[in-house]
Design a protein around this ligand. Structure first.
Ligand code: ADP
Ligand code: MG
Length: 229
């Protein structure tokens, strides 16, 4: 896990990232403002008007994506730490991602062996896994399969998310988690950064395995909390 650990150390501080995010949101807002001011001009043709509106909406969508990828991360450190039952949390996460999965012809299978409890903040944990699963779905433009396995390895809870998508080469894996690194037209390059920060805050580790045109697996390791049955 050495490589993954080093990546966690490389993370910028929350305030540095917050500064670049506000920049990232302010830009599209400024552009949108400009287009709306242009729309006031009564001389413009209907075509030009539609063109301005389309661009203004596209810019607003961009700001919205940035905020939603970053949302939970923007809150200060872990606050409402509770004991999370991973199997139960996964059921909730599935409800959230299912519509997006079926829209993209992706089947999600969950394999669980026994109960796993960890300490963390529910909302942050949800956002973390949603970002991982969303990336998996987005790596399979022709559809495919996501397998989520939950298991216990002694004192460690293991959550693995595998996809059958495009995969990544070594250079791409190395850049994962770097703010604003994206290969997508409509990407924010924030999702994985948020994933790494949340897992770090939960005292966990992440391991990424990937093969181009075969698929990717994200394996999350979290310290187990013993819950008397
Ligand atoms: P975004 O999804 O907005 O591009 P992320 O930080 O979530 O930003 O991901 C960064 C990049 O990492 C993606 O653009 C993609 O190239 C790559 N990536 C992440 N997860 C996967 C995956 N499961 N399969 C293939 N590539 C991935
Ligand atoms: Mg993403």
């Amino acid at each position: 896990l050495e490589k993954e650990l080093r990546k966690l150390e490389k993370l910028k501080t929350v305030s540095e990232i917050a500064a670049s995010i506000s920049h990232e949101v302010r830009n599209p807002l400024t552009v949108t403002k400009g287009f709306i001011q242009l729309l006031r001009d009564s001389d413009i043709t209907e075509d030009t008007k539609q063109y301005y509106i389309t661009f203004a909406l596209e810019e607003l969508n961009r700001a919205e994506r940035t905020i939603s990828d970053y949302l939970t991360f923007a809150k200060p450190t872990i606050e409402d730490v509770t004991i999370l039952n991973i199997n139960k949390e996964i059921q909730y996460i599935l409800k959230v991602v299912s519509p997006f999965a079926s829209m993209n012809n992706v089947k999600i299978e969950v394999k669980k062996t026994g109960e796993v409890h960890v300490a963390g903040e529910g909302e942050k944990f949800h956002q973390c896994l949603i970002n991982v699963i969303k990336n998996g779905i987005e790596s399979m433009p022709e559809g495919g399969k996501i397998t989520i396995s939950i298991r216990r390895e002694e004192q460690i809870g293991v959550i693995q998310v595998e996809d059958t998508g495009s995969g990544m080469n070594d250079e791409q894996i190395e850049r994962l988690g770097t703010p604003f690194y994206t290969t997508k037209d409509k990407g924010t390059g924030l999702g994985t950064m948020v994933v790494y920060s949340i897992i770090k805050a939960m005292n966990g580790e992440i391991k990424v395995k990937s093969e181009v045109n075969k698929g990717t697996s994200f394996t999350i390791y979290l310290p187990i909390v013993e819950v008397p049955s």
